[in-house]
Design a protein around this ligand. Sequence first.
Ligand code: XMP
Length: 326
Amino acid sequence: DWNPGNVIAEQVARIRAQVGDARVVCGLSGGVDSSVAAALVQRAVGDQLTCVFVDHGLLRSGEAEQVEKDFVASTGVRLKVVDARERFLQALAGHTDPETKRKIIGREFIRVFEDAAREVVAEAGEHGTEVKFLVQGTLYPDVVESGGGEGAANIKSHHNVGGLPDDLQFELVEPLRTLFKDEVRAVGLELGVPEAIVWRQPFPGPGLGIRIIGEVTAARLDVLRAADLIAREELTRAGLDREIWQCPVVLLADVRSVGVQGDGRTYGHPIVLRPVSSEDAMTADWTRMPYDVLATISTRITNEVPEVNRVVLDVTSKPPGTIEWE
Ligand code: XMP
């Protein structure tokens, strides 16, 4: 019988056997996967683990703080924070192709992470130990979609699988590799990771960078963050967080439409709401969510975010649509 306690016991034993006395590095993304993976490794080898949080500026409102405060408080992990927001914006400037943006974000992430990891390695060396392992919060569906599983199709490049540069001398620790999302949540709860993190909906590694259709700029990120926060507040208020698998909020930054707000004509941008129901993200359907909640989200976004004058609902299943727009 599957139960989270067994998974934890099994993984803790596995991690200890794999890691021995060496030091381990883990990149935290703010999501449930890397948080639970880190908590598992912390459970297994304690202070041999150092977590690194690369703030790439593509997170949603409040998420960086959640990693730095809530996760650290609940697990006691040693955390190194790197503010790389400006660097990511510069690297993304002028780019609009989805896979190019993913590659840039993945590449920059690895470079920044590598620098931070080298510092961890140097610090460990001063204490006579070696850092040999890197934790990845890879889930079973990521493995399959990235071509790692049987009969897999490489639908999109997921930067949390593969793509590590040759000179990266780490061996991977992937304690979630056989698990689906709901199983990861059960394991996280069992480990005492706070519910707010465990029940956080999936969020892609490239973050808001692939939810701005068009070039990513600081101003556009602000617009999307404001709209996304409103949508999340209202979904939570309506008690829909656990019913909805995830709800990408997408800014069509290169599209404009005519509107009328107050006495004036506007020429603003549309926001797309993409609430989906799913078991594992491999297939999905659009969530038939209450009209009144949609109405409240729409009214608030158009009232509170001046750059947005239209809110639209995506009613496409996966397939043929993917969950994300890019
Ligand atoms: P799609 O859009 O392919 O998304 O239906 C399936 C699930 O994967 C997430 N996703 C990503 N996660 N890096 C990630 O770590 C990515 O590049 C990426 N693209 C999509 C998406 O949010 C959904 O949960």
